[in-house]
Design a protein around this ligand. Structure first.
Ligand SMILES: Nc1ncnc2c1ncn2[C@@H]1O[C@H](COP(=O)(O)OP(=O)(O)OP(=O)(O)O)[C@@H](O)[C@H]1O
Ligand SMILES: [Mg+2]
Length: 362
């Protein structure tokens, strides 16, 4: 079977590599609309890094996070993994024993000597100070440490005394600005989370932002051309799904199965249009409330459609304030807020077309 191979992202990868070449100073937030290829980009880059980079990549997507213990379990490698020969890998006793064996891992290994310490008293500080010890040992061995936390917004609701996310941000500032010990990348597709991060005073001047957006026209044409799309099919792909990698991959696979691209794209649009119509339509039936700045605010159908109306002849617009209606549309994965560029746009071209379809009939 033909598989779609990793495409491009040269510019974004160059930016990350440039960061990795210098001393860690800032936290890098990687953000972008849903399914734009953030995880794919960073995973590809990690695979290509030379062995003098020790990478801890943790994806919180599938983790259940409600308590401190959940958080620790999601961060650290708690279970013993099976070796290829069927033997259980033994937990290393000390850091000196551990460090030479770590390269690119999906959980932070804890040594036997630190396991109680990390778990003790529900104190994130203990976990963080263990990580600092580990990263210092990695540095002493002549290697660079990189910490990547994917789907960071999932930490949002966990509380340990106060919100865990603040403890974590402080820790990230320590690792970068204060200690220059470790490169930190935080990835999220939750644009409301990025918006809060962006206006967070404690992070001011301490982080930078890297947008991983859908592919542009040239990239999309080039990618699709590589899978045998003719000019007409390429234009159809661009018209319906724009440069959204996940949708382009879907169209490529449909073509491989000898489906008609236009029919497939049309049915994708029909589905999304129906979904959006339903999400907006419910507001005329029930009084939906949304939590906004800790207050329950009632959503008004007219205010929601007023926002969507803007997309009848624009692809994006510059915003002043985030309103409860915008929060609703972002939470429904219809709109994407880019606080760095100060704009709001649909999550994808398919969403743009679906919004237009719904608003024309409204
Ligand atoms: N550079 C690329 N080359 C080829 N395919 C890609 C590329 N980037 C993304 N894809 C395809 O799109 C899919 C979604 O990408 P990915 O999971 O990286 O998006 P994401 O931005 O991390 O999504 P989320 O917002 O859900 O976290 C991938 O599974 C892959 O099939
Ligand atoms: Mg992802």
């Amino acid at each position: 079977m033909m598989e779609v191979t990793f495409y491009d992202r040269e510019q974004e990868i160059k930016e990350v590599r440039d960061i990795l070449r210098t001393k860690p100073r800032l936290i890098t937030f990687i953000y972008g609309p849903i399914n734009s290829g953030k995880t794919e980009m960073i995973s590809h880059l990690i695979e290509q890094l030379p062995d003098n980079y020790v990478v801890f990549y943790i994806n919180l997507r599938t983790k259940f996070l409600a308590t401190y213990d959940d958080f620790i379990e999601s961060l650290f490698e708690m279970e013993m993994e099976m070796e290829t020969d069927g033997a259980m890998r033994k937990r290393k006793e000390t850091l000196a024993e551990l460090v030479p064996s770590v390269t690119k891992v999906t959980g932070i290994p804890i040594t036997r000597e630190f396991i109680d310490y990390v778990f003790k008293d529900n104190k994130p500080k203990n976990a963080f100070s263990y990580m600092i010890k580990l990263f210092e040992k990695v540095r002493d061995s002549g290697k660079h440490t990189v910490l990547v936390l994917d789907e960071l917004q999932k930490i949002g609701d966990v509380k340990v005394n106060g919100p865990l996310v603040y403890e974590l941000f402080n820790f990230f500032v320590d690792l970068t600005k204060e200690l220059h010990l470790c490169h930190v990348f935080a990835i999220t597709s939750d644009s409301l989370f990025i918006e809060r991060v962006y206006s967070e005073a404690m992070l001011e001047e301490r982080c930078k932002y890297l947008l991983v957006d859908d592919f542009d026209y040239r990239q999309t044409m080039d990618l699709m051309g590589g899978y045998g799309f003719d000019m007409h099919e390429k234009e159809i792909a661009w018209h319906y799904v724009g440069g959204k990698p996940v949708s382009l991959v879907r169209l490529i696979n449909e073509k491989i199965s000898e489906k008609n691209i236009e029919d497939v794209a049309e049915s994708m649009l029909k589905l999304r249009t129906g979904e959006i119509r339903q999400r907006i339509g419910v507001l005329t039936i029930v009084n939906k409330k949304i939590l906004f700045e800790k207050e329950e605010i009632e959503l008004k159908y007219d205010n929601v459609t007023k926002i969507l109306d803007k997309f009848l002849d624009e692809e994006s617009y510059a915003y002043d304030v985030i309103t409860p209606e915008i929060v609703y549309l972002v939470k429904e994965n219809i709109l994407f807020v880019d606080p760095v560029n100060g704009i709001i746009k649909p999550q994808s071209q398919l969403n743009l077309l679906a919004i237009r379809g719904v608003m024309r009939d409204a």
